[in-house]
Design a protein around this ligand. Sequence first.
Ligand code: SAM
Ligand code: DTB
Ligand code: SF4
Length: 370
Amino acid sequence: MSDATSTTDSLTLAAAARPRHDWRLDEIEALFALPFNDLLFHAQRVHRAHFDPNAVQVSTLLSIKTGACPEDCKYCPQSGHYSTGLGKEKLLEIEKVVEQALAAREAGASRFCMGAAWKSPREKDLGAVLEMVRRVKALGLETCMTLGMVDNDQAGRLAEAGLDYYNHNLDTSPEFYGEIITTRTYADRLETLGHVREAGMKVCSGGILGMGEAPRDRAALLQQLVRLEPHPESVPINMLVKVPGTPLEHVEDLDPVEFIRAIAVARILMPTSHVRLSAGREQMNESTQALAFLAGANSIFYGERLLTTANPQAERDRALFAKLGLHPERRDTCVDDDRAQANVETELARRAAQQAAALATELTYDASGA
Ligand code: SAM
Ligand code: DTB
Ligand code: SF4
């Protein structure tokens, strides 16, 4: 064994035993520079110390408010600064959200993530958002929201309504950040993450790769994430989805091997966090996805849509899981199973009654018009 490998051996074993927050940039860069096989071996070993290596957490995403966002994130199809063909939509009705959550539960998701294209939630929308959390949670699903920046009071109210996770990404390194977003600062993002943590919610925070960043930016992003105490419970690693009309539409592709390296390093640095192979799977082949799971990714978005772009069809993911011998991870218990089942039945009965009432109105209207 070479000296470099044995040093990494003791570093990664120690990291697996006691998560660290003080990784230096040169240490992180050294992990990135390992021979690929060594890196994957270390990552897999750390992964196995904390997780069932064949279990993958499954979340489904829903955009509850799409488009016309005031922020200028260069990667994002929902920014009002770019012409991507997305119109401005209103906040979805609560019933529509519950309907989609029921479908996600039926399809096997354990977490339901709701995203809004806001700088931050407005008071007039918060009541409906809180009700969405309560209703989705009652179905026995874990709940996650991503609504932009939140203050202490908003975070507290979301937590009180039963929100389990709040997603707010750092996106990239502090050094590259200004090239991508000018309308909110890195410090703003860290402040929101602080409010989420103080309110007692779990933190979901990660970034996007393939935006034209340098290798050092990928290491520096991970360094920022590991500085959070505790580490984010959920770390989404997105591969940029290049959407026509956004300024990053024509950026050069990131080599998939570099993407897998970042997943493996994230796994080593944050040994007890779920690392999510997030946006970009629709553009990835099965082998790249298999390597991502080997590197320690243990969460995905499941269902044919992310927020506004495509994700693999559920059927394709089920086939991939079967091929790789993976299984969905069981959710954390949020409400007890019997109560969740009773709530699901109440929601289904409510839906059936609404449909019957709508049909009756239609028939009455037809009859009176005849
Ligand atoms: N508006 C909220 C915010 O940004 O705080 C929440 C929704 S936003 C769409 C959630 C995350 O999706 C972003 O932070 C970014 O990491 C990711 N994202 C957005 N567009 C993407 C793209 N084209 N490719 C990959 N990830 C993307
Ligand atoms: C995250 O890190 N990725 C998700 C979720 N958190 C909200 C969003 C991906 C969005 C991809 C582009 C789109 O579909 O609009
Ligand atoms: Fe708005 Fe979020 Fe898109 Fe940025 S990433 S433009 S904040 S929806």
